[in-house]
Design a protein around this ligand. Structure first.
Ligand code: SF4
Length: 420
């Protein structure tokens, strides 16, 4: 008979309350395993997993005051910094206020480089947001708000924290506009973009969703939230999650816009604790980047894998952020790089605003005079019996932010401010 060691959630909670729990961030845990440390079930009570990346299924629901009561019957069109926001479902008839739903993927009608992700970051940073409203009677109103004027806001992510991602290459010479690369991808097999935090990803570490499911408490962009259940298009083979949390508690650093070849998208950051209830849960945490497969597909037809690599191929021995080489900076030459930065992190003098940087690597690819340097890696792969070495040119996931949020979650658990 095989004896499986177990512990209950209540036992883990008691250890946390007594200050005796062994809580690891996923990066601490994986490093210990990679370094050959002999960790066993007895040594680990909780592991905080995490991910950060483009998550197109993000929608924010906000209530906004526009005028005094009685000035219009009902809003028909609403724009926030030019980003269309969808009024409703509550009509708020004659109240002078409006409920709106803002999609993270919606693009501004005034600025093709601005969208819902940038808007939500600006709001959370306390910046003023222009509000334009057209009522059903045809009246127009303009006002400005800050986050302090939003009495209630909630984000629902309908398709988040995917377990499986795909990397993309362009096997032909044409330019392809896609959300899967920061700029239009040109061939031939000379660029590779990818998403996913590999061994840190919550669902990679709980692939059968034995632990993570409806009601699991999470940190969603820094705000305490919950898993609502499977996300849209979730399947046993390719699971993802539907999540929610209070927008007003979120931190601007964890959320933002990301310009792609097909317009602005949104990124989010999520941490999910895994209480180690038995040895099976522990054993699933042992997987490392080389075990996490990453199919490589043609960016023209994203569903057809050409070959397969793994997350060690794209993350090992790389840098998380670029460095600015001041002596190589040239104002004119740098304009294209500055305008192309997906998160608008490059200042006019060429320096990088590291609070906004996502570590995508594009600046190091576009710079013509080595103004930015960063190790992004080169992937050796085989397509149709031919070997290729393709440089990684765009990352759409950010391990630095993922590690930051797993560290925050660990601290909250140890401080007894986050109950499992
Ligand atoms: S790595 Fe470069 S291009 Fe990418 S977000 Fe940072 S500064 Fe911008």
């Amino acid at each position: 008979m095989i004896f499986i060691q177990e512990r209950t959630l209540d036992e883990i909670k008691e250890k946390i309350n007594n200050g005796e729990a062994n809580v690891f961030t996923i990066q601490e845990f994986k490093k210990a395993i990679s370094d050959g440390e002999e960790l066993s079930f007895d040594d680990v009570d909780v592991v905080t997993t995490g991910t950060c990346g483009i998550m197109s299924g993000t929608a924010a629901i906000l209530h906004i005051g526009i005028t005094g009561p009685g000035e219009f019957q009902k809003a028909k069109n609403v724009f926030l910094n030019g980003v269309p926001a969808f009024p409703g479902p509550c009509p708020n008839e004659q109240l002078g206020s409006v409920d709106v739903i803002v999609y993270g993927t919606e693009h501004s009608v005034k600025d093709h480089g601005y969208g819902g992700g940038f808007l939500l970051k600006d709001l959370l940073n306390g910046e003023k947001v222009d509000v334009e409203v057209e009522s059903i009677e045809g009246k127009k109103f303009e006002t400005q708000i800050t986050i302090d004027d939003v009495p209630r806001g909630q984000i629902i992510g309908v398709r988040m924290t995917f377990k499986n991602y795909t990397a993309f290459v362009n096997p032909t010479g044409d330019k392809v506009n896609s959300i899967f690369n920061a700029i239009p991808m040109e061939g031939v097999l000379n660029q590779l973009s990818f998403s996913g935090c590999g061994e840190y990803n919550p669902l990679q570490n709980d692939p059968n969703k034995d632990i993570i499911g409806e009601g699991t408490k999470i940190l969603f962009n820094g705000s305490k939230g919950v898993v609502l259940g499977p996300g849209t298009r979730s399947s046993d083979v390719k699971p993802n999650l539907m999540l929610t949390a209070d927008l007003l508690d979120m931190e601007a650093d964890y959320i933002g816009g990301f310009k792609t070849g097909a317009g602005p998208e949104i990124y989010d950051t999520v941490a999910i604790p895994i209480p180690v209830l038995n040895e099976e849960v522990f054993n699933k945490l042992l997987l490392l980047d080389p075990d996490v497969k990453l199919p490589v597909a043609d960016i023209h037809g994203r569903h057809l894998p050409l070959t397969e690599i793994n997350y060690e191929n794209v993350w090992k021995d790389t840098d998380e952020r670029p460095v600015f080489i001041k002596e190589n900076f040239n104002l004119e030459e740098n304009k294209v790089v500055q305008e192309s930065c997906p998160t608008n992190a490059i200042n006019d003098n060429g320096t990088i605003n590291l609070d906004n940087c996502f570590g995508c690597g594009l600046c190091t690819v576009l710079t013509t005079n080595n103004t930015y340097e960063m190790k992004l890696g080169v992937v050796d792969l085989e397509i149709e019996n031919k070997k290729h070495s393709i440089p990684v040119t765009c990352r759409q996931s950010d391990r630095q932010r993922a590690k930051k949020i797993t560290t925050k979650l660990k601290q909250l658990i140890l401080n007894k401010e986050f109950e499992l």
